[in-house]
Design a protein around this ligand. Structure first.
Ligand SMILES: Nc1ncnc2c1ncn2[C@@H]1O[C@H](COP(=O)(O)OP(=O)(O)OP(=O)(O)O)[C@@H](O)[C@H]1O
Length: 199
């Protein structure tokens, strides 16, 4: 479902990715660790089509980009929508019935905050709303960048539970993370260093 073959990417003459190979199958949760600045975000951007490799190939292997969900570090919540409306948005855009929004928010410990706007909640609460928005459509592929970076231990456990369930329901899930709690539920842990993925 997610595949990179011999991917190279340089920025301003600095080679960040130097022949990255990886594959994540449907139903698999794979974590990607590596030092800050090693290129994890750059690799996720290539895999979701936000950026293009200088050479090599990426293959999301999807019938439709709408089956791919992305949870970026910057979250990207719409500031003019409430948390509930943000989470419902991908369902509305896909012309699907809006259901499961409240349950997801409650599972992530922010059930009582659905009617607030992003600016009225903490960054960790925004992060959980962005996770809910990423998974509400039950995507076939989920790419998440540091999804627990701003969460306390209990909130991280809830977030990890949701991420694991998405994979158990059949999605290919790739998560860039430094957190042991996320690595603990991974089927495989990959490390990005010196421009290559090892695992
Ligand atoms: N669009 C860009 N233009 C210039 N340099 C970039 C760009 N994107 C990434 N880089 C550089 O590529 C390197 C890898 O950055 P990236 O954000 O992928 O690291 P990371 O492993 O995700 O780090 P962190 O763990 O801190 O989030 C960094 O040196 C960064 O400055």
């Amino acid at each position: 479902m997610i595949q990179a073959c011999g991917v190279h990417r340089a920025f301003g003459g600095v080679s960040v990715l130097r022949g990255v190979d990886l594959a994540v199958a449907a139903g698999e949760l794979v974590t990607l660790s590596g030092p800050s600045g090693s290129g994890k975000t750059a690799l996720l951007s290539l895999l979701c089509g936000f950026d293009f490799p200088d050479s090599g190939s990426v293959r999301p292997g999807l019938a439709s980009w709408s089956a791919c969900a992305v949870l970026p570090q910057s979250l990207g919540l719409a500031s003019e929508l409430t948390l509930e409306e943000n989470v419902a948005l991908p369902l509305r855009l896909a012309g699907r019935e809006v259901s499961g929004v409240g349950a997801l928010l409650a599972e992530l410990g922010i059930g009582e905050l659905g009617s607030r706007y992003p600016a009225q909640v903490s960054f960790g609460q925004q992060q959980r709303a962005a996770l809910a928005r990423a998974v509400v459509t039950r995507p076939a592929v989920l790419l998440a960048d540091e999804p627990t970076a701003h969460l306390d231990a209990a909130s991280a456990v809830a977030a990890v539970g949701v991420l694991r369930r998405v994979a158990d329901e059949g999605a290919a899930v790739l998560i860039a993370t430094h957190h042991d709690a996320v690595h603990a539920v991974a089927d495989r842990v990959l490390v990005l260093s010196d421009g290559q993925v090892r695992g």
